[in-house]
Design a protein around this ligand. Sequence first.
Ligand code: AMP
Ligand code: MG
Length: 414
Amino acid sequence: MSVSTKQMLLSFDLATRTVEQYAAKLPPTQPELTSLLDAVGLVLAEDVHADRDFPPFPRATRDGYAVRAKDVQSPPVHLRCIGTVKAGPAADESAVSVGAGEAVEIMTGAPVPAGADAVVMVEYTEQADDKVTVQRSIKAGDNVVHAGSEARRGDVMVPKGTRVRHAVVAVAAAVGRPEIAVYRRPRVSVLATGDELVDVNLPPGPNEIRNSNSYSLAAQVYEAGGDASRLPVACDDAAELALLIGKGLHADLLLLTGGVSMGKYDLVEEVLASLGAEFFFTGVSIQPGKPVVFGQVTRDGKTTPFFGLPGNPVSTMVTFQLFVRPVLDALGGAQLAPLPFVQARLKESFTSKTGLTRFLPGKLGGTHERPEVELVRWHGSGDLMAAAKSNCYIVVPPDRDHFAAGEAVTVLLS
Ligand code: AMP
Ligand code: MG
């Protein structure tokens, strides 16, 4: 085959922008009404509205005594305790009303009774029979959340486009929604290429390795809210590759691994080109992952984005996270978000090489006062164990070759 693809090697920044701009124009998948816990990890396709005021009644935020603040200005103050309110339905709610010189014992989460405008924490009181002594002054509104102050009935509590995590589940449950509309998981075809690959349940021959990338990618796809289907491994053969790529293009996104380097048997780009692919980049100045390819193919009126990820397992993982994830987010209906970069102090010094933006497997730890990160010892981009031990990547800018212990570095969470 003699289809040539133009070299399009981009900087990390430009590649990121290219992906983001593409992602911003992608239409999301169809919304589906889904039971609340099945929706975890997917993206809201509707605004979640308040079905009543939140909180629905003035809520005490402390255990203590509901009082009239103006009664408690010059402590110590002696009040008469006229009853108790707890969270939950009251026997006779309307009966309790706090008058001048009175207090009502109250529990966290209970409705503050009429007449009272503040709650004194139990720690600042003493009670003997029906006499309560308050030791501290208080302002109106202290330890009370007013009815409707968090949301009014009908307000949007969580907007469409938000990924459903536990706190969103809590809001949906609180407004009485056992089912919510979320975008269906984008379908992602995963196609590993290489003559050396055998499947996980077969014994590898002397020069063969097990196909771990199809599985790690399927796991990354699932974690990102997608639904991966693994195609059979493609040999390094143009006709077979073309056939399997053709199948993969029926999905919302096609991910290939292997076969994108400069080797004689790296056929992925030229096969894609022969299928009429449009390429947005065919390399990024990063390590690992430099040969990563991004483009789209239009066939029978359907346009499918694809990534050709380098075959080395850590390269596959890193390039997924840097470039595939934002496209998958967009297909899944999520609002565009920046990559999760944070800063941490280096535990030990290290040296690197200039020229490429590097993403080195790291371990983020330390304390809340001093987050620290250290390099995981690794043997290059084929080192699966280093990847399994790491929880982040230390980002090395292309112009840096030495980092001192204690220096703040950028870390990409993984
Ligand atoms: P390639 O990008 O095709 O040149 O692959 C580079 C190296 O990555 C290969 O020599 C294999 O050691 C490894 N590799 C490629 N594909 C896979 C895969 N699916 N699973 C695990 N390792 C792979
Ligand atoms: Mg290969």
